[in-house]
Ligand binder design. Structure first.
Ligand SMILES: C[S@@+](CC[C@H](N)C(=O)[O-])C[C@H]1O[C@@H](n2cnc3c(N)ncnc32)[C@H](O)[C@@H]1O
Length: 289
């Protein structure tokens, strides 16, 4: 623990923010690496506390801040953690940093499955850090969940995240290409969720450096038009979903109508494009027959 006077800290903070970067990232750095929560940081402005306890000294924190602002390394990768909903998840550059817009998936699903006593089998395809699968398993202890990913390192991180965030055992991890690891669950899935790679090639090439240079390409790139993985998931889903089973897919901002048509072409009913908090048709949902 490093004890720093609040005065010294304030001068240092001002100097760091003058170099660049934004206050939100600075606050995240202080939280994840310095051990100083957002609330404590905000309190400093109104209450003149004498001393602060930090997990790292100012020189090391400055080293990380410089890496963030001058090399664009995301704070989450520098610290090895990311917040998502009420979870603190381990991340590395082998998994996508889970995004805030994806959080809404959990609310959409709880709106569909209102009867909390219902026992269902769900799958989170392409789980990455495990965010969606873990949140669903924790919110619904009587559901049985399966989380899959093609990347074995991602799957190890996801299963550690589940162990570190709960003492439940209702989420299992399987590695492989989309539905392939789920052969023994054919016709048994009540709900499948996926946030697959959906960025079109042109867009991928012009992504901001902090995304393109650090986040895994196989978590982002969805082929020429961004729809390769979505196509594969939707087309193969009828073999795995129960009759009336649900499929929910996150898509790029302009793909909603095309994904909806794909659902309809594959005999899905009750198909809808659901908007995210920014009003973007971000999720496509439907029932198999
Ligand atoms: C956009 S990331 C989503 C990660 C996580 N579900 C989330 O929402 O933060 C897509 C994930 O799909 C995985 N993936 C890519 N291609 C895949 C494939 N062919 N089969 C299974 N998973 C795949 C990637 O490894 C990555 O973890």
């Amino acid at each position: 623990m490093f004890v720093i006077s609040a005065e010294k800290f304030s001068v240092w903070k001002k100097k760091q923010l003058l170099k660049g970067g934004d206050k939100k990232s600075f606050s995240l750095l202080m939280d994840l690496l310095g051990g100083l929560s957002k609330e404590e940081l905000n309190l400093l402005k109104i209450k003149s506390k004498k001393n602060l306890n930090l997990k790292l000294d100012l020189e090391i924190l400055e080293f990380f801040w410089d890496k963030h602002i001058y090399s664009s390394v995301p704070i989450q990768y520098l610290s090895g953690f990311s917040y998502w909903r009420d979870l603190k998840l381990e991340v590395s550059n082998e998994v996508l940093i889970p995004r805030p817009e994806t959080e809404l998936i959990i609310e959409i699903i709880s709106g569909i499955f209102k009867n909390k006593a219902e026992k269902i089998t769900f799958v989170d395809l392409g789980t990455g850090s495990g965010a969606i699968g873990i949140a669903l398993a924790l919110a619904n202890p009587n559901w049985n969940g399966i989380a899959t990913d093609i990347d074995k390192s991602a799957l190890q991180i996801a299963s550690r995240n589940f162990a570190n965030n709960s003492d439940q055992s209702n989420l299992k991890f399987y590695s492989g290409n989309w539905w392939d690891p789920l052969q023994k669950f054919k016709g048994e899935i009540d709900l499948a969720v996926a946030n697959p790679p959906y960025i079109p090639r042109d867009t991928y090439e012009s992504l901001p450096i902090e995304v393109k240079n650090f986040e895994p390409k196989n978590a982002l790139l969805g082929g020429e038009e961004g729809l390769d993985h979505i196509n594969e998931i939707v087309k193969n889903s009828p073999s795995y979903l129960k009759d009336k089973g649900w499929l929910l897919i996150e898509n790029h901002f302009d793909q909603g109508e095309r994904v909806k048509q794909l659902f309809l072409d594959n005999r899905f009913t009750s198909v809808k494009v659901v908007k995210d908090f920014s009003g973007i048709g971000r999720f496509t949902i439907g029932r198999y027959k």
